[in-house]
Structures are given as structure tokens and as C-alpha cells.
Design a protein around this ligand. Structure first.
Ligand code: 5GP
Ligand code: MG
Ligand code: MG
Length: 187
């Protein structure tokens, strides 16, 4: 698996430090450092945001609920978005709650543009969005996101929850794949 990585873009240590900083901002914005605590539901977008959510939520010390949404936009061995599609929901009741949607990466913006209005329509009091990575491309920069961790070049990346053909999610860092690994995934 490690031999399939062409270049490490973000190390495990860099991710850990940044996730902690993002959590501190989310805590502050929801009354965690002063003022009245908000009723928060964290909503990871599966499957990619699973690892990010596990690490981020453990830096948030107040009571929260976790709701899940499954969206697919890069099915199988696609390297470009095929359009975001909501495949499943275990969101729970979000009426009156302060929702923070988590995604692994902001690319075309299709996922956040699909999910944010749905959560608002279900009666959330506020909806904020957080992504670990934002690709350096106009569509990503023009999509509103409240918290983002790292800006990366417009390349296909894997690791820390991000997959190719559902592999590589357990890599502890973010990297690009070798052409050989990409070709093998297409077979
Ligand atoms: P968007 O909807 O903003 O185009 O893309 C968001 C989703 O597409 C992410 O949640 C992720 O599942 C997938 N995605 C976008 N870029 C990449 C990438 O470089 N690598 C991988 N593995 N998935 C990506
Ligand atoms: Mg995703
Ligand atoms: Mg994927």
C-alpha cells in the first residue's frame, strides 16, 4: 500500500495539529469557551469523512450528537466527480440543532451544495461546514465552507479516509498515487 504512493502531500503530524486547531475554532463558535453552549450535531459525510470525524470530535469536549449521511461522487475507480448523490441517511432529528457538516475534501463543491440545503430544510438552527482539504481550483474556492484545513493542488489524493476503489482510506497521511497503482485500480 505504501509503495503505491507517489508523493506524500500532508504528513500524519501536520494533519493532527491542524485538526486540533479546527476543533478549537468549532468549539469557540458554538459557545464552548464562553457564553451558552449550543446543541450540536456533527454530521460526517461517509465514507470519506469517517477518519477526520473520529479525530476532530475527540477534540470537542462538550455534549454532541453525531448524525451520518452517505454521499457518493467518485464511485469505484473514478478520478473526477460523477455528480454527488445522496445514498443514505442516519441523520437523526436536527430540528433546532446547530449542525456541523464534515467532509474530507472540497473539490467541485457538489457535495456541500447538495447536503447543506437538505439539512437546513430539515429544520437545523444553523448549518456550518468543515473540510480537511480544499483543492486549488475555482469551483472549490467559490463554494462556501466555514472551516478548512489545508489547500492542496488539483490532484487526485488518497489517505486519511480518502479512497481509490475503496482502498487506501487507512493510510495515516494524504498522498498521490503512482500511475501504476491508478492503472491497476482500473483493471
Ligand atoms: P465535491 O462534491 O466537492 O466535488 O467532492 C467531494 C467528494 O468527492 C469528497 O467527499 C470525496 O469523496 C470525493 N473526492 C474529491 N476529490 C477527491 C480526491 O482527490 N480523492 C478522493 N479519493 N476523493 C475525492
Ligand atoms: Mg466524499
Ligand atoms: Mg471516494
Amino acid at each position: 500500500m505504501q509503495g503505491d504512493i507517489e508523493k506524500v502531500l500532508i504528513t500524519q503530524e501536520q494533519i493532527a495539529a491542524r485538526v486540533k486547531e479546527m476543533a478549537a475554532r468549532i468549539v469557540a463558535d458554538h459557545g464552548g469557551t464562553d457564553g451558552e453552549l449550543a446543541e450540536v450535531t456533527i454530521v460526517p459525510i461517509l465514507t470519506g469523512a469517517m477518519i477526520f470525524a473520529a479525530d476532530l470530535t475527540r477534540h470537542i469536549p462538550f455534549a454532541m450528537k453525531i448524525g451520518l449521511l452517505t454521499v457518493s461522487s467518485y464511485p469505484g475507480s473514478s478520478l473526477r466527480t460523477q455528480g454527488a448523490q445522496l445514498l443514505g441517511s442516519q441523520l437523526g432529528d436536527v430540528r433546532g440543532r446547530h449542525v456541523v457538516i464534515l467532509d474530507d475534501i472540497l473539490d467541485s463543491g457538489g457535495t456541500l451544495r447538495l447536503i447543506t440545503p437538505i439539512v437546513k430544510e430539515l429544520g437545523a438552527e444553523s448549518v456550518r461546514t468543515a473540510v480537511l482539504l480544499r483543492k486549488d481550483r475555482p469551483e472549490a474556492r467559490s463554494t462556501h465552507v466555514d472551516y478548512w484545513g489545508f489547500e492542496i493542488p488539483d490532484e487526485f489524493v488518497v489517505g486519511y479516509g480518502l479512497d481509490y476503489n475503496n482502498y487506501y482510506r487507512n493510510l495515516p497521511y494524504i498522498g498521490t498515487l503512482t500511475p501504476e497503482a491508478i492503472a491497476r485500480g482500473r483493471e
